[in-house]
Design a protein around this ligand. Structure first.
Ligand code: PXP
Length: 241
């Protein structure tokens, strides 16, 4: 069985737009768990554009499944993770100007490798599973292994952006090859980014795939499917129903 970890960042995005206390990603996380999600993922970004420190702190106390903290491998974030102790940390590259995580970690860069080594050597002894978000390339999987990462998350962005059957098949094969290398090296395989209701089934056959991290499409669907009852509730309060 492949585990589903739901990313609730976009619930916080809506909240931050108005500086209200709702919608609360903590409430959303509880609903995801009640619906059967196997884990909750949040990305605490350096600019705090959606998830806040308070969210991660409360989620640590309320999440009953797995709390996966996505973060950049900076000293600030490593210290936060060491204090809050999520079950799992996924290291991601982070650029201030990007709308969402754009690519996998640049493991060929010495600076990135040093930062990852620092993160793994601080967090692994605390019992936190460290995962590296990487592009689906065999050399990235091997580099993750060399750095001592027990888990990788394969970036599915190119697969989800493929517009033709041929492109999609090529991107699927890239993911397949990278996952197979991970299995050979004994690394746990997760995947995510851009997965939605139309494309998820195409990657369920990846070798060793244990976990998917999905956010935007699930929160988007919840907005649409929940709209009717939300309007009815307002009409009822107005006495107009
Ligand atoms: N995995 C990682 C490492 C991510 O950075 C993100 C986006 O925060 C996701 C998965 C989820 O992507 P999406 O919101 O497109 O489902």
């Amino acid at each position: 069985m492949i585990r589903l970890h739901v990313n609730v960042d976009h619930v916080a995005t809506i909240r931050q737009q108005r500086d209200t206390i709702y919608p609360d990603p903590v409430t959303a996380a509880a609903i995801c768990e009640l619906a059967g999600a196997h884990g909750i993922t949040v990305h605490l970004r350096e600019d705090r554009r959606h998830i806040q420190d308070r969210d991660v702190e409360i989620l640590r106390r309320t999440v009953q499944t797995i709390l996966n903290l996505e973060m950049a491998a900076t000293d600030e974030m490593i210290a936060i993770a060491a204090r809050i102790r999520p079950d799992k940390v996924t290291l991601v590259p982070e650029k201030r100007e990007e709308r969402t995580t754009e690519g996998g970690l640049a493991l060929a860069e010495p600076q990135t490798r040093d930062a990852i080594t620092r993160a793994i050597s601080t967090l692994a002894p605390l019992g936190i599973g460290v995962s590296l978000f990487i592009d689906p390339e065999p050399e990235m999987v091997r580099a993750s292994h060399e750095l001592g990462a027990p888990i990788i998350e394969l970036h599915t962005g190119d697969y989800t952006l493929a517009r033709t059957a041929e492109q999609r098949s090529r991107e699927h094969d890239r993911l397949h090859e990278a996952a197979a290398v991970a299995v050979d090296l004994g690394i746990e395989v997760a995947a995510g980014h851009g997965l939605d209701y139309t494309n998820v089934q195409g990657i369920l056959d990846l070798p060793g795939l244990e976990e998917l991290n999905i956010g935007h499409s699930i929160i988007s669907r919840a907005v649409v499917t929940g709209l009717e009852s939300a309007v009815r509730e307002m009409l009822r309060l107005m006495g107009s129903l």
